[in-house]
Design a protein around this ligand. Structure first.
Ligand code: PGA
Length: 227
């Protein structure tokens, strides 16, 4: 069983939701499937057989925080997962490791599963940045938390690390923390998903671009380990 998460980012509309609900409800898959649409589309996922995640939330449940998204409300909408600390949040919205930690706490408090994204900007020094991002979680109870390793230089570029490097980095993350389920994300496509998932240490995928095309996403969701 692998965890397949689709991150739609700020894309999609009612018609896309409808086609995904129909398409994904029609497949049998041994994997855990999570779709993370923009927050404003979540309520359109009616009678969805799989899981819904959010792409972000705030660290308080309620209050004078105009424009923010409450994890408590996400839970009411039936969300089970929340992506925290995606590199676009870190880089475009200046989210720091401290901010991400506060959000993680709130997601856990509300009984949702956080998918914490980490990953280096600099292709040549992955360890330093990762250590910094992981440090805040080292003494925490990560039971129920998922980590997603997404090298920033790989997101949306078509370029991915070697399969060995992916395995090595995920092993490093699991050794540093208390072995949480760990996903790989960054330019996952129909050509590379199988080989990435065949790495034993890879518990699943966080998929951006390819998660917006139903036929591609369905094929990845139907992955079966035949080894
Ligand atoms: P990508 O995005 O698959 O389009 O590279 C991954 C992500 O940002 O989560």
């Amino acid at each position: 069983m692998k965890i397949i998460v689709g991150n739609w980012k700020m894309n999609g509309d009612g018609a896309l939701v409808k086609s995904f609900v129909e398409g994904l409800n029609g497949i049998e898959s041994e994997n855990k499937i999570v779709v993370c649409p923009p927050a404003e589309l979540i309520c359109l996922f009616k009678n969805f057989k799989h899981n819904i995640g959010a792409q972000n939330c705030f660290w308080e449940d309620r209050g004078a925080f105009t424009g923010e998204i409450s994890a408590l409300s996400l839970k009411e909408l039936g969300c089970k997962y929340v992506i925290i600390g995606h590199s676009e949040r870190r880089n475009l919205f200046n989210e720091s490791n401290d901010t991400i930690f506060k959000k993680w706490n709130n997601v856990v408090k509300n009984g949702l599963v956080p998918i914490v994204c980490v990953g280096e900007k600099d292709k040549n020094s992955w360890k330093d940045e990762l250590i910094e991002q992981l440090k805040i979680f080292t003494n925490q109870d990560l039971n129920g938390t998922i980590i997603a390793y997404e090298p920033v230089w790989s997101i949306g570029t078509g370029e991915i690390p070697t399969f060995d490097r992916i395995a090595q980095t995920l092993e490093f993350i699991k050794d540093t923390l208390s072995s949480p389920p760990t996903l790989y994300g960054g330019s996952v496509n129909l050509k590379n998903y199988r080989q990435i998932l065949e790495q034993k240490v890879v518990d699943g995928l966080l998929i951006g671009g390819a998660s917006l095309e139903l036929t591609k996403f369905l094929e990845i969701c139907e992955y079966k380990n035949i080894q």
